[in-house]
Ligand binder design. Sequence first.
Ligand code: SF4
Length: 452
Amino acid sequence: MTSIPLLREREKQIHDKAGGAPFEMACDRHSLAGSVSQRACVFCGSRVVLYPIADALHLVHGPIGCAAYTWDIRGALSSGPQLHRMSFSTDLGEREVIFGGEKRLYKALTELIAAYRPKAAFVYSTCIVGIIGDDVAAVCRRVEKEQAIPVLPVHSEGFKGTKKDGYKAACDALFGLVGTGDTTDIAPVSINILGEFNIGGEAWLIRRYYEQMGVQVVSVLTGDGRVDDVRRAHGATLNVVQCSGAMTFLAEQMQARFGIPYIRASYFGLEDTAKALYDVAAHFSDHPDVRARTETLVREAVAAVMPELRRIRAVLEGKCAAVYVGGAFKVFSLIKALRLIGMRVVLAGSQTGNADDYAHMRALCDPDTVILDDANPLELSRFVVEKGADLFIGGVKERPIAYKLGLGFCDHNHERKTPLAGFEGMRNFAREVHLSVTSPVWEIVKQSSFKC
Ligand code: SF4
């Protein structure tokens, strides 16, 4: 393979532990123009956070392409309504770019609310709306008054920052709902689960763990989400925030206004799942029964999956993985989960990590791991080959890179269909990795066919 040169302006966003250079990771910055970043836009960041609220109307105010790009983007599962799976758009064209799109937005909103009777509506601003200057908030206020449901503007113009800014715009919109519902039947031992999107049914698994521990789950934000649950989320006594970036903003806002503390958690891998549950039990330390039930749950769940994990480990021992996903917190968990099944991580990176995240990631990684922030496809291709990865873990945009290079792939993002979180999720993850890495197809697709 021809060696792929790196863009000079991106050199500080790449660190090879084996190189011995000082660790000064540049991150938390806008993507370099022309780099073809793997990152999504601000609008997409908002969309992925709010999309799983299944009884809300989601209207994309912009050209049809923005709606098509994020149509059913996460495939997040709902136990009831399916309204979130529709991708409504105001389909702005040249006429609206010249004369404004507010009338069209008003018409679309009122017609859709009449047709679908949603519990609330989210209206997403896209790039073009930021350019032509439609007053989306004013239209939302008018429709909210007329239709008597919450109509929330999401200020997510695609060009105005990074995907992380989209998370914040989504949290700002959600915060408009929190605090408006009835909290009378909420127990003192209660939590909200933030940052869990129920892509493969994970929210149901995690909710079940907490219920077994005797902890009431007031709302999951936003997996299998319901507007009424969001409205009464301020009645919980603790917020448990999964993932490093997506919903920390909301947790901070709820702490400031309602005095609800928050802790961070990850449910990927046995170690982190157990830690998450024990941390919640520790928060309710004046209820020792919660701790006792947690110990039983963890002991039994780990014992149920370990025999199979040991069998898989015997096959995968010494294999190498590349991990490139959205949030850095997930990378930490994946490094530990892969180690449990005998694999080393030779490439680790994220779209949205900050300086603390990368320092922690570096400490967790093996001595020859390369760490990447906001990578592009050519960088990923180069290091995956140079480091000899047998498996790539990523999302929809990393899948073709892996397949073109002739190595196994595990989707740990929007397109997975089985739950990968929790104890059962770790078993599913190990099975998928095992199947992909040991597939005979990679003997046919030779890596040497890749040329740059
Ligand atoms: S909001 Fe802008 S960057 Fe995002 S999909 Fe639409 S046009 Fe593209």
